[in-house]
Ligand binder design. Sequence first.
Ligand code: A3P
Length: 368
Amino acid sequence: MVRPGSDKQNVSQRHTSSIEMTETKTTSLVSGHTASLLEGEEWAALIKDFPSYHGGLVRLFPGRWLYPQRFCDFSEKLFNFQFREEDVLVMTYPKCGTTWTQEIVWTMRNNPGLDHPEADAEAFDRVPFLDMDMFTPLSEEMVSISKAFKRLCPGADPRDGEMVQLAQALADPRTLKTHLPFSLISANVLDNAKVVYVARNPKDTMLSYLHHHRLFREQEFVGSLEKFVDHFVNDNLVYGPYWLHLKEAWERRDHPNLHFVFYEDLKADIMSELKRLDAFLGTGLSHDQLANVAKYTSFGEMKAREEKTLDKEFMNNEAFVNQEVRNKDGGFFRQGKAGDWKNKLSTELVEKMEKWISQKCDFGINFK
Ligand code: A3P
């Protein structure tokens, strides 16, 4: 989930990155990638459909990863982020069930009796979203958005990244969230922390990401479903390419500190998946405690808590959230189903997606 800075900073007040680009509009990142500012036809095609990215987009090579230019301001902090032994990092490409999984993991570790006084605090305050800072506009009048940041990081400058600083200040045991792939996160993350990686069927993921881009003005998309599918299969969506994100995790799936889970399996049999997670996390929960977690993190209960989890003021602010889309198609917790692509995609679009899957996801993963 992504949100802009504050009421004072609406999306028209965006400021670009502070990073210095060379004359050829490239910069080197500590991860070993070269970031190249999008220009010419590629830029013109994307900015037309995604007008909110007027702060600039970069491609990272190798990989052709697509990010807002401001990612370059945080890439070093993110790549050098110090993970601790008790950390659990929830990692996914957007819309694969991150928020659900982070709530499951946080509840299993902190609230299996459903009596934790901070359970109702905003998701960002309990589970910092490490890379969210790149979506926050850089401006002189910047104010912090996280209540926990104000409390735990007195005097810290939000322009240096609220989420990374909050994560650093948070006491153990930390549960953290990222949409970054393995290659952009500290190379030794799996030596120091546990990672829960969630994969989801690309067709449902794409449809959910389309909804996200229509709902949140910060990542506004103004084109058709057909156009969005084209952007998806051409790896033109921020945080993509999805196939490479998956591949990097899939290749590490046998690492003892990586737990690979499919959204569809969570939907099909939550208790079995919670038992697997319990073994991985070492939480040692009873059947009743796992049943508590399943109920508390069910789609219905999480949807009912949407305005607590994501900030009521933000969700009801037309400048940040398209209220027409929210009323018509649903909010952040849209429908929480597996396989709904069958009702939404034409034969032609299914064929396009299947072709992308067979060509790009050829490394052994089988979607459910
Ligand atoms: P839909 O748009 O298909 O409904 P992320 O958190 O990675 O952005 O993923 C969001 C997707 O997960 C959305 O999918 C959202 O509804 C779904 N989701 C969130 N909480 C859920 C829950 N408790 N159970 C099932 N799906 C959930």
